[in-house]
Ligand binder design. Structure first.
Ligand SMILES: Cc1cc2nc3c(=O)[nH]c(=O)nc-3n(C[C@H](O)[C@H](O)[C@H](O)COP(=O)(O)OP(=O)(O)OC[C@H]3O[C@@H](n4cnc5c(N)ncnc54)[C@H](O)[C@@H]3O)c2cc1C
Length: 425
């Protein structure tokens, strides 16, 4: 049993957005892997907590939450194999700085670098780019504390790795993640504003291919695409598309995705090259975003359906406008992870940043899910959704096999929580 001084009462703690108050009876904070192993072996039900950036109850429990922030912040690189081994509780910002100092880089990052590595991969978190799969695709191995308390390595040659990459916290507590790395690279970011729907209908895929990572921001209203963020690698010969010739205007001043928001926190724009980790996220690691006044949802459909899916969302644009700050459209390459939202199909992701108005969001979600229904939308595991468990099993064809694996590896349900009980059955 762990000491009392390594636990904290949990009833007043919330997720980052403040829309979920955790129900956990306590938060355990082990300071070594040994402590964590003893905790797992002696606790009937517990759930790993990352950096609290999920918008739903996936990281909550009615029992014990455990954070890894007290574990040593290990980061080592095997240069020959091009693999970094990082402590699971580190954030992508911490890992990026450590890798950059050694001359290495990750293939991609999410919009916010403050998110923990283990928490990000557990939900299939992604950035953008027609050639970039989710962040979990870079995982070539995991070190995981099983229900018995033993540490098991799931390595690159383990046939169960694809099931473990995006594991929703259901298969154990990950203590270290092995990530594929590449030599560091530089990226230049430009932001354009104003692109008409006719251009998007005709050239969606070429616009999304015009950089290593491209994002569009819109409200699905008559003003079309409000912003296009293009991140181009200096070492790649990406296709160049002249957005100005298509009617867009290059931003002269820094621009925030949500008009009127503080621009101090956005990563450098204006085409100024810089290190990968200071351009791939939209937000600077040095800027601590306040606890968000927002709720996010996101759905992934086949990239081949991008244009009809956008047209379907445009038909409900006015209905969701009052509760929507902004929507981001990204491209993600197909993933091998069983539960990645982009598993098995090149995907387009429709992300929604809503005002933190829970009841209005609950009205908007079915509208969006109905609009996207013909395209088999897969909800993001870390964001809010209205989809029933039955619907999740339809759109995630390997969810049943994953549930069986979870039962096999954790027969007593030590890592179950109400979210997993509902989704896995
Ligand atoms: C401002 C903001 C921006 C975002 N941007 C993006 C984006 O660009 N792209 C995107 O795809 N998503 C994005 N997200 C969503 C976010 O990446 C996911 O919700 C992610 O899972 C949060 O990770 P976390 O570390 O906060 O984990 P938590 O929310 O704390 O937990 C999420 C899941 O990870 C599990 N977990 C955490 N640590 C471990 C561990 N050590 N072992 C096993 N399981 C573990 C938990 O049990 C839970 O199932 C964003 C969220 C916010 C708030």
């Amino acid at each position: 049993m762990i000491d009392d001084d390594t636990t904290t009462a949990a009833h007043t703690r919330t997720n980052w957005a403040g829309n979920v108050t955790y129900s956990a009876s306590r938060l355990a904070e082990p300071t070594s892997v040994d402590d964590l192993q003893r905790l797992v072996a002696s606790t009937p039900r517990l759930t790993a907590l990352g950096s609290r950036h999920s918008f739903n109850t996936i990281a909550d429990t009615d029992a014990v939450q455990v954070t890894l922030t007290g574990l040593p912040p290990e980061l080592d690189v095997d240069s020959d194999r091009r693999v970094a081994r990082v402590a699971a509780g580190l954030t992508h910002a911490q890992v990026a700085v450590g890798l950059e100092a050694r001359g290495w880089a990750l293939a991609n990052l999410a919009s916010l670098p403050h998110i923990s590595v283990a928490g990000a991969v557990a939900t299939g978190t992604h950035g953008s780019g027609v050639g970039n799969a989710s962040l979990a695709q870079s995982v070539v191995g995991l070190e995981i504390v099983r229900a018995s308390g033993d540490v098991e390595v799931v390595g690159a040659d383990d046939p169960r790795l694809d099931a473990h990459r995006v594991a929703l916290g259901a298969l154990g507590v990950v203590v270290a993640v092995r990530l594929a790395v590449e030599p560091t690279y530089r990226v230049a970011q430009t932001v354009h504003t104003g692109l008409g729907w006719d251009v998007v209908d005709a050239q969606f895929e070429s616009i999304m291919s015009a950089g290593y990572s491209v994002s569009m921001f819109t409200g699905y209203t008559d003003d079309g695409i409000r912003q296009i963020w293009t991140k181009r690698r200096e070492d790649r010969d990406d296709a160049v598309i002249d957005l100005a010739a298509l009617g867009a205007v290059a931003g002269a001043e820094p621009i925030h995705p949500v008009p009127g928001s503080e621009t101090a926190g956005v990563t450098e724009q204006g085409g100024v090259p810089g290190p990968w980790h200071e351009r791939l996220p939209h937000f600077r690691s040095s800027f601590t975003p306040s606890a968000g006044e927002e709720i996010q949802a996101e759905y992934m459909v086949d990239a081949a359906d991008a244009v009809p899916a956008i047209q379907a969302l445009r038909r409900i644009g006015d209905a969701i406008a009052p509760v929507l700050f902004v929507s981001e459209i990204r491209r993600i390459a197909a993933d091998d992870a069983w539960l990645a939202p982009s598993s098995g199909r090149d995907s387009v992701a429709f992300h929604f940043t809503f005002r933190r108005q829970t009841e209005d969001v609950a009205v908007a979600l079915p509208l969006i899910e109905n609009a996207l229904a013909p395209f088999g939308p897969r909800p993001h595991w870390g964001k809010v959704a209205a989809a029933s468990p039955e619907r999740l099993h339809q759109v995630y064809p390997q969810l049943g096999a994953f549930a069986a694996l979870a039962r096999d590896l954790d027969p007593e349900g030590r890592f179950r929580n109400p979210f997993l009980d509902r989704v896995l059955g």
